[in-house]
Design a protein around this ligand. Structure first.
Ligand code: PSU
Ligand code: MN
Length: 306
């Protein structure tokens, strides 16, 4: 069989020794943030994981292989490749087969993490049901993947550029546990609360590990979504953002932007409209999620030792 995975030795050793490892996606680097903030963010997040005692495994496709764990040179090369393919489940194999560079979305990162044996993954926000999906049918493949791949995804909720009630409905239909961390409200990426209550709540990494153990005992497939509210100091209130999001979505509609280009367009447009405040908030929340993901990975390891 074709060997398509290249696991960095540091990551492989940590997995073999049952030490905490946390996967990181790469679309946020190539399509979610501009150069050079993207590289700074990627390095900082890896540093945050290490500071919490976890080994980072940033995932991307380079040179015809899925690389699990990138060295400094590979991370920089990727951050300088804005035309990297944006990979979801549908594109992963084609990117490998053609030898192109590709950045993994939440969906593709989950697939690769699960194959590598990594149980926890940190990101900013997941994809979801886009506004106007009743006509565009634009529902991110991230949601299906959460139902399929056994990975715990720590995010700051779904981006407020999405239709959040519909996103929650689809996750419920797919049987994906959606857990708000430390509060009842569903965090909405740049805002701690957009007026929706999360279906489930956990208040500590140990509680998340217990939930995962019970799911394993029941042989339930798929992943778990942990939504960690952005730190208060960095939050942009929902009322401030809502009109800007409407405007950004209208710009996208006017320009005929949809499909894979929509999320990157909306993020870039919002960063412009908020004069960089949304980008700063995005970086803060990803780093915050990485620290929680590391603590959850450590709690899973501890639970396995008992
Ligand atoms: N989180 C961010 N910025 C991003 C993304 C997430 O803070 O750019 C990316 C993720 O990779 C996610 C993708 O999987 O956006 C969703 O894209 P789509 O809506 O096209 O499925
Ligand atoms: Mn889409």
């Amino acid at each position: 069989m074709m060997d398509v995975m290249e696991i960095q030795p540091e990551v492989a050793d940590a997995l073999a020794d049952r030490r905490p490892v946390v996967a990181l996606e790469s679309t946020i680097i190539t399509h979610g943030m501009p150069w050079p903030d993207n590289l700074d963010m990627a390095r900082q997040v890896e540093g945050d994981l290490r500071a919490e005692g976890a080994v980072p495994a940033t995932i991307a496709v380079m040179g015809g292989k899925v690389r699990v764990g990138l060295d400094a040179a590979a991370l920089e090369a990727l951050a300088r490749t804005p035309d990297a393919m944006k990979l979801s489940r549908a594109d992963l194999a084609a990117c490998i087969a053609t030898g192109r560079s590709g950045a993994t979305t939440v969906a593709a990162t989950m697939i690769c993490a699960a194959r590598a044996g990594i149980e926890v993954f940190a990101t900013g926000g997941i994809g979801g049901v886009h506004r106007g999906a009743e006509t565009s049918f634009d529902v991110s493949a991230d949601l299906q993947e959460l139902a399929r791949s056994p990975v715990t995804v720590v995010c700051a909720g779904a981006k407020a550029i999405l239709d959040l009630p519909k996103t929650l409905e689809v996750l419920e239909t797919l049987g994906v546990p959606v857990v708000a961390y430390g509060q009842d409200a569903l965090p909405a990426f740049w805002s701690r609360d957009a007026g929706l209550t999360a279906p489930l709540r956990c208040d500590s990494p140990a509680e998340v590990a217990q939930l995962l153990a019970a799911r394993t005992a029941l042989d339930l497939s798929g992943g778990v979504l942990v939504a960690n509210p952005i730190p208060e100091a960095a939050e942009i209130p929902h009322a401030t953002l809502a009109p800007l999001i409407n405007e950004a979505q209208k710009d996208a509609d006017d320009k005929g932007i949809g499909g894979k280009a929509l999320t990157p367009f909306l993020l870039a447009r919002l960063a412009e409209m908020t004069k960089g405040r949304s980008l700063t908030a995005n970086i803060t929340l990803v780093r915050h999620n990485a620290r929680l993901a590391a603590r959850i990975a450590a709690a899973i390891v501890r639970a396995g030792e008992r």
